[in-house]
Unconditional design. Structure first.
Length: 66
């Protein structure tokens, strides 16, 4: 299990996840046939939101605030 040792590392990891997910999702939209459908964007938003939620819960759990 990865540990978020500091608040700075937590926010840097959130920023990194946002950048990486944005690049991959843009690539998929540009190359995958049928990716322009509304469900595809909703699916991407759900995956992104779930990852942010998990990272936030891990952070607060490890800092003892949860």
């Amino acid at each position: 299990m990865h540990r978020f040792r500091s608040r700075r590392f937590f926010y840097i990891s959130l920023l990194g996840w946002t950048a990486a997910f944005g690049l991959v999702f843009d690539y998929l939209v540009a190359t995958v046939p049928g990716a322009g459908e509304p469900w595809f964007y909703s699916f991407g938003i759900m995956i992104y939101s779930l990852a942010l939620f998990v990272m936030t819960v891990l952070h607060f759990d490890q800092s003892g605030q949860l």
